[in-house]
Design a protein around this ligand. Sequence first.
Ligand SMILES: [Zn+2]
Length: 157
Amino acid sequence: MNGPSRGDRPGCDRSREMATGSGDASIAAATDREWRKRLTPEQYRVVRKGWTERAFTGRYWNHKGDGAYLCVGCGTTLFDSAAKFDSGTGWPSFHSPAAPGQVGEREDRKFFMRRTEVVCNRCGAHLGHVFPDGPAPTGLRYCINSAALDFRARDEG
Ligand SMILES: [Zn+2]
């Protein structure tokens, strides 16, 4: 079972190359101490340590607002509420990212499982995982931690 796109990155060492080339070097190079200052302890554990928040405890699993979900680490728009669906899992779930290139993927072999981790391509924040059991049109389920997201309501008119 392969991820929906390339999951064959050999290691983590070179995974930041894309981010540092795009004028966001200060974000990519933020020290661990800066991350701790910028994020709540819960956010830090999720986006920097790859933890998963407990189901049904996050801010957004049952959130129905119309707008965009941004990376809590750098403010990049990652998902749109139009792609959100009720997966019944207790985590915010989306069938596709807001735009290609903003959400990166890498193989995650933690806990003896083979899963596809999804990360913010700009700052490297851990977001969650993507599974091949989602609804149309993509058949994918991006299972994302609320702690990795900030919601911004869409401006009408
Ligand atoms: Zn980010």
